[in-house]
Design a protein around this ligand. Structure first.
Ligand SMILES: *[C@@H]1O[C@H](CO)[C@@H](O)[C@H](O)[C@H]1NC(C)=O
Ligand SMILES: *[C@@H]1O[C@H](CO)[C@@H](O)[C@H](O)[C@H]1NC(C)=O
Ligand SMILES: *[C@@H]1O[C@H](CO)[C@@H](O)[C@H](O)[C@H]1NC(C)=O
Ligand SMILES: *[C@@H]1O[C@H](CO)[C@@H](O)[C@H](O)[C@H]1NC(C)=O
Ligand SMILES: *[C@@H]1O[C@H](CO)[C@@H](O)[C@H](O)[C@H]1NC(C)=O
Ligand SMILES: *[C@@H]1O[C@H](CO)[C@@H](O)[C@H](O)[C@H]1NC(C)=O
Ligand SMILES: *[C@@H]1O[C@H](CO)[C@@H](O)[C@H](O)[C@H]1NC(C)=O
Length: 396
C-alpha cells in the first residue's frame, strides 16, 4: 500500500517534470506571449493611463487576471465570479471600471506616487492553475514633463583604483534637455549641456577623474577612484524653456580596499590538552573598512572576546580579535580541535585561516607534516591537507 503510494507520487513527480519541460518550450501550459503595455509609459500627472495585458491562450480558459502595483493587487478579472471584475483599494489608484475589462485597465487622473512597477498575472483554468506574469514601469512626471528617477552607481562599492559608472535615469516628455549637472556632495564636477560647445564641461575636484570618452548626457565614468570619493553623488536634470523645471536624484558610493592576505592566528602555546585555557589572537591584513572577525572551534562559534581596530598606513585599518576559552575533552572527540578565524567585509569579502590545536607529540604522524614552529600559523590549503591526514590517521 505504502509502496503503491510512493510509486504514484514518483509518477506524479515525473509527470510534473515533463509538464514543466513542455511548458518551458511552449510557454506556460499553452499560454503564449504575455506582455504588459502601459500607454503612455511616461505621463504627466492628472492624465489617464491605459494598461493592456497582452496574452493569447491556447488550451485552457482564463481563471483570473490579477493586476498589481508593486506587490499590491488593485484589480481582478475572474470570469467565473459575479461580478466578473473587482477593484481592490490601493492608495491613489482610481480605476475606470466602465472602460476596464479582461485585458485592459484604465487608471484615471494619475498622481506622482503611482510611478513604479506594475504587473499583470494571468492564471489559467487548468488543473494546476498555471500562471504567467508580465511587468512594466509607469513614470508619472510633473511640471515640464520632467522627472529624474534614479542615480545608478555600478559598482556602488568599488575597489580603490578601479572605475565606476554613474548613470542618471530621467524621463523628459514635453521639452528638450537643457542640462545635466553632476555633484559629489554639493560640489559640481561634470556638466552636460547640449546647447553649448563643447557640450561637456569638467570642474576640478580633488580625486575625481572623469573619463570624458565614456561620459555623455546620461552617464559619467570615474576612473582611479580614491577613498575621498566615498559619499553622496547627485545628478540634477533641467528641462529647456519655457519651464526650466529641474529634478534631482542622489545615491551613495563607497570606495574600499580588501585585505591582501588571509587573517593570521596566534596562539599562546604550541600544544594544548583538555583542561588548558586557549588564548588566541586573529589579525587581518590592512584594509578599508576593517573586516569583522570571528573565531570558531570545530565550526562552533566562540564567544567573542575583545575586538580592536588599529590604523595602518595609507588610510587603511587592521582588525584584531582576542579570545580566551577553556578546552574540554569534548573538543577532542574527533582529534585535534580546529580553531578557525573568519574575516569578513559585508558581502564583499570573506577569508578564513585555521590551525589545529595538537596535544603535544601524541600523534607523531601529524607532527612530521607540520613542524612545531609553523603549527600555530596555517593557511587554508595546508589545513585541508591536514584534515585528510587526520581522517586517514584516525582510520588506521
Ligand atoms: C480621463 O477619463 C475620464 C473618464 O473617461 C474623462 O472624463 C477625462 O476627460 C479623461 N481625462 C483626460 C485628461 O483625458
Ligand atoms: C477592453 O477595453 C479596451 C479599452 O478600454 C478595448 O479596447 C478592448 O476592445 C476591450 N476588450 C474586450 C475584450 O472587451
Ligand atoms: C516588478 O514586479 C514583479 C512582480 O512583483 C517582479 O517580478 C519584477 O521583478 C519587478 N520588476 C522590477 C524592475 O522591479
Ligand atoms: C577592480 O578591478 C580589478 C581589475 O580590473 C578587478 O579584478 C576587480 O574585480 C575590481 N574590483 C571591484 C571591487 O570591482
Ligand atoms: C552614453 O554612453 C553609454 C556608454 O558608452 C551608452 O551605453 C549610452 O547609450 C550613452 N547614452 C546616450 C544618451 O548617448
Ligand atoms: C545627497 O545630496 C543631495 C543634494 O545635495 C541631498 O538632497 C541629499 O539629502 C543628500 N543625501 C544624503 C544621504 O546625504
Ligand atoms: C594578543 O594580542 C594582545 C594585544 O595585542 C597581546 O597582549 C597578547 O599577548 C596577544 N596574545 C597572543 C596569544 O598572541
Amino acid at each position: 500500500m505504502a509502496g503503491d503510494l510512493k510509486r504514484i507520487k514518483r509518477h506524479s513527480y515525473v509527470l510534473n517534470a515533463i509538464l514543466l519541460f513542455i511548458s518551458m518550450i511552449y510557454g506556460a501550459g499553452g499560454l503564449r506571449t504575455t506582455e504588459l503595455r502601459i500607454m503612455p509609459r511616461v505621463v504627466q500627472r492628472g492624465r489617464n493611463v491605459t494598461m493592456a495585458c497582452l496574452y493569447e491562450l491556447q488550451d485552457y480558459g482564463i481563471y483570473s487576471v490579477k493586476w498589481y502595483k508593486g506587490t499590491q493587487e488593485f484589480y481582478r478579472y475572474s470570469p467565473l465570479e459575479n461580478p466578473t471584475t473587482r477593484v481592490l483599494p490601493v492608495n491613489g489608484i482610481k480605476v475606470d471600471r466602465l472602460r476596464s475589462n479582461e485585458t485592459h485597465v484604465v487608471i484615471l487622473r494619475v498622481v506622482a506616487s503611482l510611478s513604479g512597477n506594475y504587473s499583470c498575472e494571468v492564471i489559467q483554468n487548468a488543473p494546476s492553475y498555471p500562471h504567467y506574469m508580465a511587468s512594466a514601469r509607469l513614470d508619472v512626471v510633473g511640471v515640464g514633463g520632467l522627472r529624474a528617477t534614479d542615480l545608478r552607481i555600478s559598482p556602488p562599492v568599488v575597489q580603490r583604483g578601479n572605475d565606476t559608472t554613474l548613470a542618471c535615469l530621467y524621463e523628459l516628455t514635453d521639452a528638450p534637455l537643457y542640462s545635466v549637472k553632476w555633484y559629489r556632495g554639493r560640489h559640481e564636477f561634470y556638466r552636460y549641456s547640449p546647447t553649448e560647445n563643447p557640450t561637456t564641461k569638467i570642474f576640478p575636484f580633488a580625486g575625481i577623474n572623469v573619463d570624458l570618452a565614456r561620459s555623455n548626457q546620461s552617464q559619467v565614468v570615474l576612473t582611479r577612484v580614491s577613498f575621498g570619493l566615498s559619499g553622496n553623488f547627485s545628478c540634477e536634470v533641467t528641462a529647456d524653456a519655457p519651464s526650466f523645471a529641474t529634478s534631482i536624484v542622489s545615491n551613495t558610493m563607497e570606495v574600499v580596499a580588501l585585505p591582501p592576505s588571509l587573517p593570521t592566528i596566534q596562539t599562546s602555546q604550541h600544544y594544548y590538552i583538555p583542561g588548558d585555557v586557549l588564548r588566541a589572537n586573529c589579525s587581518s591584513g590592512p584594509s578599508r573598512p576593517p573586516p569583522d572577525l570571528a573565531f570558531f572551534i570545530n565550526d562552533m562559534p566562540v564567544t567573542p572576546g575583545t575586538h580592536q581596530v588599529h590604523p595602518a598606513p595609507e588610510g587603511l585599518f587592521r582588525s584584531e580579535l582576542y579570545v580566551q576559552i577553556q578546552l574540554w575533552p569534548a573538543h577532542y572527540e574527533r582529534g585535534a580541535p580546529i580553531l578557525r578565524c573568519q574575516s569578513k567585509i559585508g558581502d564583499l569579502y570573506r577569508d578564513d585561516a585555521a590551525v589545529a590545536l595538537y596535544s603535544g607529540n601524541s600523534d607523531p604522524k601529524i607532527e612530521r607534516v607540520t613542524s612545531p614552529g609553523s603549527a600555530s600559523n596555517l593557511q587554508v590549503c595546508q589545513f585541508l591537507l591536514l584534515i585528510h591526514i587526520i581522517v586517514w590517521a584516525n582510520n588506521t
